[in-house]
Design a protein around this ligand. Structure first.
Ligand code: HEC
Length: 103
């Protein structure tokens, strides 16, 4: 009988210590289009990549054309900070959104 109790508590302990199942978040969400677009420069292509990787995690991808050039120049530095990107990456994203606005 003692052995049975021991087995039970061992199982209980195991269950309690098992890692909680983490929620799987599907992050693979591409901004509206751009699959077939040729980028005007490597920097902008990198900007597209950085944007896709970093800008849709906290909120959905924002519609780029909803914001003016002036707004983007204020938004990107703020958001790059949120996404913990450096100045080079920030600049690539800014170039990308400004180019994308003009399509
Ligand atoms: C750490 C979280 C986080 C990351 C990463 C992030 N954002 Fe945001 N962003 C926010 C929050 C919070 C707001 C304000 C609430 C909202 O509009 O959803 C916001 C708002 C915005 C807005 C709306 C601004 C406005 O004035 O209406 C735009 C556009 C935007 N983000 C673009 C981006 C871009 C581009 C990136 C990638 C560089 C990015 N975000 C990455 C948290 C984040």
């Amino acid at each position: 009988m003692k052995k049975l109790v021991f087995t039970f508590s061992a199982i209980a302990l195991l269950v309690a210590c098992a890692p909680k199942t983490t929620e799987v978040i599907d992050k693979v969400e591409t901004p509206e289009s751009n699959k077939t677009i040729d980028f005007p420069s490597g920097e902008i292509a990198e900007g597209d990549y950085l944007y896709t990787e970093n800008c849709g995690s906290c909120h959905k991808f924002k519609t780029i054309t909803n914001y003016s050039e002036e707004q983007w120049k204020k938004i990107v530095p703020k958001m790059a900070k949120e996404a913990k990107l450096d100045a080079t990456q920030e600049n690539k994203i800014l170039q990308y959104v400004l180019w994308k606005r003009t399509l």
